[in-house]
Design a protein around this ligand. Structure first.
Ligand SMILES: [Zn+2]
Ligand SMILES: [Zn+2]
Length: 296
């Protein structure tokens, strides 16, 4: 389940231990990932409502990932990004940034030809929010009834983008998105990421960061607790806005090992996308990483 809010309060778990995070950071990685560690920021202690204050997470070293039988990109041909329902011009531009960013991020094809209609969603999947009365779509019937049937056999995973607002079950206000890793399908809403006509970069960045986070899960990466990382769990827009757009050295080694991406070429491709598509806030970090990787 992705971040969202429960009506009437939130659940509280226990935070992961700082000792475990330090243990994960001590794993010796292959080069150039090991050398990137000195530029990486160790995961900060969570604020009271942050993901790690509410959810028990143990993290995972690279070695356990490689030995654990993860979903391998090489078994499939591509990711699929599905447009669900009508998107207006600004939201379509956001979706095209997501596709470009995800392609560079994973170094595997990301197809965007599939579409699905909101008319195909079962009528009983809609509700009116109990307080605001605005229409919302339940994620379960959408994942099972609409996205799973159209999933191509050769896809690593399907991520749907929609302008509709989502909720996971009664008792919840909303949810940003939800994925079923078993079924390799997920859905993400653009409804609460801001107004792309007024603040395009912020919305496109949020959508791109969210998509690559979910797609990393589809390649079996669990949440990261070792460093500040795009694969960190997040409980709110405030928290995910603070996370970097890039994986930490451990998660980067997992991704490059899985997809076969060359980390130097990957970093250069991300700089080009950020420059061409107006993700200017991410450029300093991406350029710094690209320059560092070229010298290692
Ligand atoms: Zn996640
Ligand atoms: Zn990480």
């Amino acid at each position: 389940m992705a971040a969202g809010t429960l009506l009437g309060g939130s659940r509280r778990g226990r935070s992961a231990s700082a000792g475990r995070a330090a243990e994960l950071r001590a794993e010796v990685l292959a080069q150039p990932f090991e050398a990137l560690k000195k530029r990486a920021v160790p995961k900060r202690a969570p604020a009271p409502d942050d993901w790690l204050a509410l959810h028990a997470e143990v993290g995972q070293p690279f070695s356990a990932y490689a030995l654990g039988g993860p979903v391998r990109a090489a078994r499939y041909n591509a990711f699929d990004l599905v447009m669900l329902g009508e998107l207006d011009g600004a939201h379509r531009r956001v979706a095209s940034v997501v596709v470009a960013y995800a392609r560079a991020f994973f170094g595997v094809p990301v197809r965007s030809a599939l579409t699905a209609r909101l008319e195909d969603v079962p009528a009983d999947a809609w509700r009116r929010h109990p307080v605001t009365r605005h229409p919302q779509l339940r994620t379960g019937p959408l994942l099972e009834g609409v996205l799973r049937p159209l999933r191509p056999r050769d896809t690593i995973g399907v991520i749907a983008l929609t302008a509709a607002d989502l909720y996971p079950e009664e008792g919840w206000n909303f949810v940003f998105g939800q994925a079923s890793l078993e079924d390799r399908v997920g859905v993400w809403s653009l409804a609460r990421l801001g107004d792309p006509a007024r603040e395009f970069e912020r919305c496109a960045g949020r959508a791109a960061r969210t998509a690559v986070h979910e797609m990393a899960h589809m390649l079996s990466l669990p949440h990261c607790i070792a460093y500040e990382c795009v694969v960190n769990g997040s409980n709110s827009l405030r928290e995910s806005d603070q996370a970097p757009a890039e994986p930490c050295p451990i998660c980067l080694q997992k991704l490059c090992w899985n997809t076969g991406a060359d980390p130097v070429k990957r970093a250069e491709a991300l700089v080009r996308v950020a420059r061409d598509r107006g993700l200017t806030a991410w450029l300093p970090l991406l350029e710094e990483r690209s320059a560092a990787l070229r010298t290692l």
